[in-house]
Design a protein around this ligand. Structure first.
Ligand SMILES: Cc1ncc(COP(=O)(O)O)c(C=O)c1O
Length: 419
């Protein structure tokens, strides 16, 4: 008899041995006290800590107007949509949100999914299955959802070294001009924090007759005059064919989408299994996301507060001698390079310093690239930033220099109300 549990347990044991086993901490959010959150430690005692790995970049998930919209529409329309888009799951809130997204990305149309993962996986799979001979040309750092979509399609796939446009061109040259091809990349790479060279990629796509597909998940809300992303910042929105984004990070609500030409959207709507055969987003979620986007578009100050904090964080890390990997984006990485040490550091930061930083291990990053990834948000205060730098210095290098701001911040982390 086959012992299925044994087969699975062996895989789990091997993860544990490598230090890559995932432990979920209860990060009990407080809208009022964000970035503070509450958790129970190993002794079952309630503690509070500062969250340094939330993707709520602009803190829109705690914005009063967004919360109010969600509550209002929930009361009016109920909780779930209870239907696929085709079978009673389309409301005015879905349509309005898709219109907002299309206009934001300067595209003819947009299509909602239950997450950007699903949007990537379904769209790429559907394109691959229906465009004969389509070759995927993909950056080696692309997200798991992109890889999953291409794999499911089963088409030929060519990988170029991360952000290496020269190798991208060599690949494009190796494929006949008349053969369908699509370049798939991210604008801001979620783990490396690097930014794609959008201009060069678009120019190559035009020269070699390729479609372009960009994942702007970590850029929407944060870059460009109205926050539409890197392509808005670079004035290239009309040049890219398909944009993918999330409603769950900077927008602070839930869901994902693509934006493209009317034909592309109609095609994915009509042939994409991951779009067709699933219950649509709750109407109130759509209304709240729409509200959040409108606020983001109108308030450049949200973005300024966020980017000012990124600069302050990096300056303070530098002043404290804490080495981080430089990049052009808002994602700050501290290279550790070893899974067990990464986990030990993260445990120490939480237990001793009230700092919550999730260790990033394989398979999220390649082995040897294990890191602590810091996400600062618009609501982190200078005292939080100083305390983080002090804590990192202490745990990484064993330096326990007296730091007044650090000590003040520890008091905050222990539960003081600082709304
Ligand atoms: C680059 C990238 N694409 C897609 C996703 C999936 O987004 P979602 O959480 O909306 O499914 C993520 C992360 O979650 C991501 O980092």
């Amino acid at each position: 008899m086959i012992n299925y549990n044994n087969i699975l347990q062996q895989k789990l044991d091997s993860l544990k041995q490598q230090g890559s086993y995932r432990h979920f901490l209860e990060v009990n959010k407080s809208a009022q006290h964000f970035p503070n959150f509450y958790y129970k430690n190993n002794e079952g005692v309630q503690r509070s800590a500062i969250n340094w790995c939330s993707n709520d970049y602009l803190c829109m998930s705690t914005h009063e107007d967004v919360i109010a919209k969600l509550s209002f529409v929930s009361h009016r329309s109920g909780t779930g949509s209870s239907g696929t888009r085709n079978i009673s799951g389309t409301t005015i809130h879905h349509i309005e949100l898709e219109n907002t997204l299309a206009a934001w990305h300067k595209k003819e149309a947009a299509l909602l999914f239950n997450g950007a993962y699903q949007a990537n996986a379904s769209t790429l799979q559907t394109l691959g299955k229906h465009i004969n001979g389509l070759v995927f040309i993909s950056d080696e750092y692309n997200h798991a959802s992109i890889i999953e979509g291409m794999k499911a399609a089963g088409n030929e796939k060519k990988i170029y070294r991360h952000n290496d446009v020269q190798q991208l061109e060599e690949i494009l040259q190796s494929i006949p001009y008349s053969q369908p091809k699509i370049i798939v990349f991210e604008s801001v790479y979620s783990m490396a924090g690097t930014i794609a060279n959008a201009k060069e990629i678009i120019a190559l796509a035009k020269q070699y007759n390729a479609l372009t597909y960009v994942d702007e998940v970590h850029a929407v809300g944060l870059y460009g005059p109205t926050g539409a992303g890197i392509f808005e910042q670079e004035s290239l929105q009309e040049e890219v064919d398909i944009v993918n984004g999330t409603l769950s990070k900077a927008i602070g609500v839930f869901g994902g989408y693509i934006a493209a030409s009317k034909t592309v959207i109609d095609f994915i709507r009509s042939f994409g299994s991951g779009f067709i055969f699933t219950t649509s987003l709750p109407p109130a979620i759509c209304a709240a996301a729409n509200k959040s986007i409108q606020l983001i578009q109108q308030n450049a100050l949200y973005r300024k507060a966020f980017h000012d904090n990124v600069i302050l964080l990096r300056n303070v890390l530098h002043e404290n001698g804490v080495a981080y990997t430089p990049n052009q984006s808002h994602i700050t990485r501290i290279h550790i390079g070893e899974a067990k040490r990464c986990k030990q550091l993260a445990d120490g930061l939480l237990q001793l310093q009230g700092v919550y930083l999730q260790p990033i291990n394989f398979p999220t990053v390649a082995k040897g690239e294990e890191c602590l990834r810091i996400i600062v948000t618009a609501k982190h205060q200078p005292k939080h930033i100083h305390h983080l730098a002090y804590s990192l210095k202490k745990l990484l290098y064993g330096k326990d220099t007296h730091n007044r701001q650090g000590i003040e911040a520890i008091t905050v982390a222990d539960g003081e109300d600082e709304a």
